[in-house]
Ligand binder design. Structure first.
Ligand SMILES: [Fe+2]
Length: 344
């Protein structure tokens, strides 16, 4: 088996490949690691055929939909996954053939109702059902401590104790464990009575993961993260350096339309001399009237440089092929002591 473990913070993902056929699968891929997965697969001569999510992640962004689109491969999840882009839905016990490797899905709900663990040869990928020295939490949407108890005590812990455990999370830099070691040492598994276990899980009082709503939104729908949207706009737009624009302002010859896309109050309080005002919220509605020349060189600006990047990208989509964005925003412009004009 060809095996790579890729950590993103505490999130663990896995590339597993068949040595004979070079067919591979990704387990719990994370959005920012796409180039890394593709690089690893290329280095090892692997063709990724499946993107598998062990469950609906609430704390990080799954790369499955994006990989599925790029590689024309199915996203694989449990039957109960709410994500509409899942193309292969596994039932408990079903096998996935990855070349000569077989991956068996075990439905292990509790952390979420669509949680599954995946057994492949000498190891089990436990998702967030069983962690090293811990278990997944059960207080997020579709979590259920009773079901987690069954998944752990009736299923995972009854597997071969020598089976290697590879979880979807580890925050302490550990790569794996074994079923036997977890039975012996995992503090959460020492409450072997159902009632005591459920009570312990209900009293954990954990803080909500960062990006909870965004992770659930994007992982359940296949929609984009805000960072993705911004990265795509950034890649589609050229930028104008602040020093370059400042020099032009000083010379009194801008040479392009400086389009300030902030709200009116912010514009009136201080803008780049000679700038034209068109709030981002009205951009598409007023563009024909305010920017009659599609060949004009335009540089957008806003407070921090993000909304202006989105605005420049929108202008390019609309056919303004010389639209660019200011590298930086008005906050940086002010802090640099560059000239400002007030009023309308
Ligand atoms: Fe999770």
């Amino acid at each position: 088996m060809i095996f790579e473990q890729v950590a993103t913070g505490g999130c663990q993902s896995y590339l597993i490949g068949c040595e004979g056929t070079r067919i591979a699968a990704l387990i719990d891929p994370e959005l920012t690691q796409i180039d890394r997965y593709l690089g690893l697969a290329a280095r090892d001569g692997l063709r990724i055929r499946y993107a598998i999510d062990s469950h609906t992640h609430a704390d990080h962004f799954s790369a499955s939909r994006e990989l599925a689109e790029r590689l024309d491969i199915p996203v694989v999840s449990h039957r109960l996954s709410p994500a509409p882009y899942v193309r292969m839905r596994l039932e408990d016990g079903e096998l996935l053939q990855v070349g000569g490797l077989k991956i068996q899905a075990l439905h292990t709900p509790g952390h979420t109702r669509d949680s599954m663990s995946l057994i492949c040869e000498d190891r089990v990928f436990t998702g967030d059902t069983l962690l090293i020295g811990g278990t997944g939490r059960t207080d997020l949407p579709t979590g259920d401590p009773n079901k987690l108890y069954d998944s752990l005590f009736e299923r995972l812990l009854k597997l071969d104790p020598t089976l290697l455990v590879y979880p979807a999370h580890d925050y302490k830099g550990r790569t794996h464990s074994t079923i036997g070691a977890e039975i012996a040492d995992n503090p959460r598994l020492q409450k072997r009575e159902r009632a005591a276990f459920v009570e312990m899980m209900n009293q954990l009082n954990l803080s909500a993961p960062t990006h909870l709503t965004e992770a659930l939104r994007t992982n359940m729908s296949g929609g984009k993260t805000v960072a993705q949207l911004l990265a795509e706009a950034t890649a589609a737009v050229p930028f104008v350096a602040m020093t370059d624009l400042a020099r032009r302002v000083e010379q009194g010859d801008l040479g392009f339309v400086v389009l300030d896309v902030r709200e009116r109050e912010a514009f009136r309080a201080g803008h780049i001399p000679g700038a034209q005002h068109l709030p981002r919220g009205q951009l598409e509605l007023r563009v024909n009237q305010d920017l009659p020349d599609p060949t004009a060189r335009i540089v957008t600006c806003c407070e921090f440089g993000r909304i202006s990047t989105l605005a420049a990208s929108t202008l390019r989509t609309l056919g303004f092929m010389h639209a660019s964005a200011l590298d930086g925003g008005m906050k940086a412009w002010r802090e640099a002591g560059l000239p400002l004009a007030e009023g309308d």
